[in-house]
Design a protein around this ligand. Structure first.
Ligand code: ZN
Length: 110
């Protein structure tokens, strides 16, 4: 698969699916690339941190799973492990602490 010009990641950016059904439960054992348009949101004591699954897949491998990566992720700012994780469809939804009307979707990971 050809890389984007600015792609300097280890595994390259996975494609975003053209259409996508949000999972009903946390897809713990699917490859990150299968859910490339979702984001992980970590709630750290120092703030809210966002990790696009597409970016994670590009850096750690498309077939790595949430079960693999969530326990290892640390806050980019203070390097602690965030105590709470959500899977979200739109990072803008949580910016104000509310679910955006209609478009928002979030699932508690842990
Ligand atoms: Zn932090």
């Amino acid at each position: 698969m050809p890389r984007d010009r600015d792609d300097d990641t280890r595994y390259s950016w996975p494609p975003l699916p053209g259409s996508y059904l949000l999972p009903a439960t946390v897809p713990w054992d699917d490859g990150l690339a299968e859910h490339a348009h979702l984001w992980l949101e970590g709630h750290c004591t120092c703030g809210r941190r966002l990790y696009p699954l597409r970016l994670l897949a590009a850096h750690v491998g498309w077939r790595q799973t949430l079960r693999d990566v969530v326990p290892r992720l640390r806050c980019q700012v203070c390097h602690e492990r965030p105590g709470e994780w959500w899977l979200i469809s739109d990072p803008a939804d949580g910016a104000t602490g509310r679910i955006a009307g209609g478009g928002g979707w979030r699932l508690r990971v842990r």
